[in-house]
Write a protein that binds this ligand. Structure first.
Ligand SMILES: Nc1ccn([C@@H]2O[C@H](COP(=O)(O)OP(=O)(O)OP(=O)(O)O)[C@@H](O)[C@H]2O)c(=O)n1
Ligand SMILES: O=P(O)(O)OC[C@@H](O)[C@@H](O)[C@@H](O)CO
Length: 226
């Protein structure tokens, strides 16, 4: 079928800031791991053709075994020392396709509504990321001294999923590799070649990063009646 997307899910981090005794994406939220919550969302999305994972070397076999429960999972490969390298490893391992979404395993609360918005817009714009409006005032600071107050009307917090045409994304990753460019998200690689659009997402789509995020995660599940 044409026009479906493949999703790359980087799950090869260490989860250091979570200070748990294992990779944070394996922590349980109710009866499932964070990773399984994320996988189920994409497994259930009719527009998602296949799911591909980056795993830590030590967790590769475990994640391959877990993958058997999800018939959309195709490639499970070893990640790298940085998120960007993990994603590049997967991107080089998959077959060419129309569109690629990239979504952090550590963001288990992305909604079907956001996936649908991205799916619609990526076909028009080739490059589109989920984002929410910044709620706080943001200042640029050097050595604890304020340099300027930024115009909040222009500021958005960027999340994942980030959705791209496959060929544009591969070109951006190849160029970043050639230039030794390391970005903090996928769009920052694509921005060097092509305009990136945003779609408005929601504040539940948190990246579970530090211990208190587990309490926020429990609250989001409770709000959803899960
Ligand atoms: N080398 C890496 C680093 C991160 N990730 C993945 O990228 C996502 C977002 O990264 P982040 O939240 O920063 O996770 P960690 O790197 O695991 O966290 P920390 O920096 O606290 O160790 C996570 O799903 C993580 O598993 C990855 O696949 N490969
Ligand atoms: O810098 P970190 O390792 O915390 O995470 C990087 C990315 O996961 C992050 O930039 C995207 O989720 C978009 O916000």
């Amino acid at each position: 079928m044409t026009n479906m997307y493949d999703v790359i899910i980087p799950a090869a981090g260490m989860g250091k800031r979570m200070q748990a005794d294992k990779n944070k994406i394996l922590l349980q939220l109710h009866s499932k791991s964070i990773l399984e919550h994320t996988l189920e969302t994409f497994q259930s999305d009719d527009n998602c053709r296949a799911i591909h994972l980056a795993a830590q070397k030590d967790e590769l076999e475990m994640l391959k075994a877990m993958s058997k429960a999800y018939n959309k999972i195709e490639v499970v490969t070893v990640g790298g020392s940085e998120r960007q390298y993990s994603i590049y490893n997967v991107l080089k391992a998959i077959q060419p396709c129309d569109y690629v979404f990239i979504h952090d395993a550590a963001r288990p609360f992305v909604t079907p509504e956001t996936l649908y918005k991205l799916y619609t817009k990526v076909q028009q714009y080739k490059s589109v990321v989920a984002a929410v409006k910044v709620k706080d005032t943001v200042k640029r600071v050097i050595d604890f001294q304020v340099e300027e107050t930024l115009n909040r009307e222009e500021l958005w917090q960027i999340q994942t999923p980030q959705a791209f045409s496959y060929h544009l994304l591969l070109e951006a990753y190849n160029k970043a590799n050639e230039d030794d460019f390391l970005g903090t998200d996928d769009a920052s690689l694509v921005e060097r070649l092509y305009p990136v659009n945003i779609v408005e997402s929601d504040y539940d789509n948190i990246k579970i990063t530090t211990p208190e995020d587990m309490f926020f995660a429990e609250a989001i599940l409770k709000k959803r009646g899960i």
